[in-house]
Design a protein around this ligand. Structure first.
Ligand SMILES: Cc1cc2nc3c(=O)[nH]c(=O)nc-3n(C[C@H](O)[C@H](O)[C@H](O)COP(=O)(O)O)c2cc1C
Length: 174
């Protein structure tokens, strides 16, 4: 059984909630459920495949309060230690709110994609934008989200089916 690291941040909100649902459904993998605050970049070498889950909390907010965003120090540690994930695959989960932030919906999935691809990880699991209502997102390549976009604020009733359809698509590819 492949060892999958389901790495999320922050704790206690919609990201953790969605990540827990995903964890329960990942029956074909040996899953480690890890908050990014609690791991070091060195641990990544223990795993075969990855899911990284985070939320978008706004570019201004991030740049003003960098230290509050736990992904930044983690990716900085990866860069500093030259952590390599070549030959491995991963998928992205992004929480956002398309009603309040229609011009930046789940933007930060793209931030994660760039950081992880720079370390050699192959990102899979892009999804259709059909069924969402927003204006712009930085997390789109070739008309598709670069991972699974979830909106627990305004469409929580769709979360379960979006997760099911995403997992059925990626499970055999990871
Ligand atoms: C200060 C703040 C800024 C946000 N900015 C964005 C945004 O730019 N784009 C977006 O899609 N969602 C944005 N959101 C919505 C969150 O991503 C959404 O509520 C998410 O579910 C939060 O998950 P968490 O509680 O696990 O952090 C923002 C939320 C807050 C509180």
């Amino acid at each position: 059984m492949k060892k999958l690291a389901l790495i999320y941040w922050p704790k206690g909100g919609s990201v953790e909630h969605a990540a827990k649902i995903i964890k329960e459904k990942l029956t074909d993998f040996s899953v480690s459920f890890l908050c990014v605050e609690d791991i070091s970049a060195d641990q990544l070498s223990d795993f075969d495949v990855f899911i990284f889950g985070g939320s978008t909390v706004g570019a201004d907010y991030w740049s003003n309060k960098e230290t509050e965003m736990a992904w930044r120090p983690f990716f900085a540690e990866m860069e500093q230690k030259n952590t390599r994930l070549d030959g491995k695959k991963g998928a992205l989960l992004g929480l956002g709110n398309q009603v309040l932030y229609p011009d930046n919906f789940v933007d930060d999935m793209m931030y994660m994609k760039k950081k992880l691809e720079a370390a050699g990880l192959q990102i899979i699991g892009e999804t259709s934008t059909d069924g969402y209502a927003f204006n712009e997102s930085k997390a789109i390549v070739d008309d598709k989200f670069v991972g699974l976009a979830l909106d627990e604020d305004s469409e929580p009733e769709l979360t379960n089916q979006r997760i099911d359809s995403w997992l059925s698509n990626i499970s055999g590819k990871l």
